[in-house]
Design a protein around this ligand. Structure first.
Ligand SMILES: Cc1cc2nc3c(=O)[nH]c(=O)nc-3n(C[C@H](O)[C@H](O)[C@H](O)COP(=O)(O)O)c2cc1C
Ligand code: SF4
Ligand code: SF4
Length: 405
């Protein structure tokens, strides 16, 4: 079973990609990602601005000890000087070739607010160098929350790069390189301008979920980092929602990153309209084997569901994510009297764990086996959805059909 997929005319052996960041900054890390079986890697951003090169130490803050397992924030610019990015690509080329993984260059322009002639030439020159070094596509990152603070003294959440600037960047680079070029932007900065970016020649879109979340250290009464910026599993729901909106508007393929932590998340992202799903935080937290597991999980899902290819699932959920007509129908179908409902607990499946006794109406008790007090039960669905082994079924007693006249 092959998971191969085409993205902006380039073939990927599977849709799992290691996104640009600390995991693809060193030869060691990037090689480990490739060897874990990803379809491609985006190397750490290169940047022409020396202010972005230093790595603050420490720069990465996981929130595990504050109760948000697997989530993090970072103040890691640490962008690579161009020559270092070129060297990294050159060194990775034979490994990527052997493993059939695509190499994607990334130029960080998050701090740029205009593009004069000289800057345009400089950026073109960087793109060409990356292409010559083996980058098979170029992602332009305009999604770094740190650079807008450093360069503009303003919070990322209020900073909106000008669409004319985005268009100019695409046009400049399209004229310079022959590989696909696209921008990496947060949703609110991408959805508004998607038509203009496509008109300018963007070959794809890279959606970077960014939520202004924070975590407070209750011992000090201060946020762990004094700039709201939160990556991790909690982001996946935002990713799916924004992605589905973008997918309905965009005509070019989408690569997405933000909270993708399991193979289920990759599948959700594809169903909401992405062609590639990228991962950073989950690799930092759970290791490279996580990338392998995502590919394997995706493969067994496609096989189990009998899809002929991974392409078949792309975008299937997108039109249903916010569908008012469907929602009203969904709601109305559930306006049933208590008497019409049944609740059963399957004896063979139930492990007697007792979780279902969290019932908000006190209707579920457990002695040897869970017992429902039908007087109290409102058939709300809580127990059914929290039972870890799906032993509880709630459904209408009879299905009413219009007689066939
Ligand atoms: C430590 C760290 C460094 C990052 N560096 C970059 C970068 O240099 N360029 C870039 O485009 N994105 C960078 N990112 C963003 C990631 O590529 C990705 O968009 C983001 O982490 C969301 O995905 P995740 O939920 O899988 O972490 C970085 C993220 C982290 C956590
Ligand atoms: S939560 Fe599920 S498995 Fe646990 S006791 Fe209730 S029905 Fe049984
Ligand atoms: S459906 Fe709701 S009310 Fe009924 S037993 Fe389950 S949790 Fe309690």
């Amino acid at each position: 079973m092959s998971l191969s997929i085409e993205f902006a005319g380039v073939s990927f052996k599977n849709p799992v990609v290691a996104s640009s960041g600390v995991i693809t900054r060193s030869f060691y890390g990037a090689k480990k990602c490739i060897e874990a079986g990803v379809g491609g890697i985006v190397i750490k951003s290169v940047c022409h601005n020396p202010r972005s090169w230093p790595v603050p130490r420490p720069a990465i803050f996981f929130f595990d000890r504050y109760g948000c397992i697997g989530a993090n924030t970072d103040i890691e610019t640490g962008f690579l000087p161009v020559e270092q990015g070129v060297k990294l690509l050159n060194n990775l080329k034979p490994i990527a070739k052997k493993e059939d993984a695509r190499l994607i260059g990334n130029i960080n322009l998050s701090g740029v607010s205009k593009l004069n002639e000289e800057e345009a030439r400089e950026i073109s020159d960087i793109a060409r160098k990356l292409e010559d070094a083996g980058a098979e596509m170029i992602e332009i990152s305009m999604s770094c929350p740190i650079m807008s603070v450093l360069e503009h003294g303003t919070s990322f959440w209020s900073y909106m790069p000008d669409v004319d600037l985005q268009v100019k960047i695409i046009r400049t680079l399209k004229a310079e390189v022959s590989v696909p070029v696209f921008l990496k932007l947060p949703f609110e900065k991408l959805i508004k301008n998607v038509d203009k970016l496509e008109e300018a020649g963007a070959d794809a879109h890279s959606l970077a979920t960014r939520i202004p979340g924070t975590v407070i250290d209750i011992e000090t009464g201060r946020p762990i980092v004094p700039l709201p910026h939160y990556y991790g599993p909690g982001e996946i729901a935002h990713t799916c929602y924004h992605l589905s909106k973008l997918a309905l508007k965009a005509t070019r393929p989408i690569t997405v990153g933000g909270g993708i932590t399991t193979s289920r998340d990759v599948i959700q992202a594809l169903m909401c309209g992405a062609t590639l799903g990228s991962v950073q935080t989950a690799v930092m937290r759970y290791g490279h084997k996580h990338l392998t597991e995502m590919g394997d999980g995706l493969k067994s899902f496609i096989k189990r569901k009998g899809y002929s290819s991974v392409k078949e699932i792309i975008g299937i959920a997108a039109p249903h994510v916010e569908n008012i007509e469907e929602y009203v129908k969904f709601f109305n179908e559930r306006l049933l009297p208590k008497e019409a409902m049944s609740i059963t607990v399957d004896e063979a499946t139930c492990t007697r764990c007792g979780i279902c006794t969290n019932c908000p109406y006190g209707a579920m008790t457990i002695d040897d086996f869970p017992k429902v007090d039908l007087e109290r039960c409102e058939f709300c669905g809580t127990c059914q959805s929290i039972c870890p082994v799906a032993a509880i079924t709630i459904k209408p007693k009879t299905v009413c059909r219009t007689p066939n006249l």
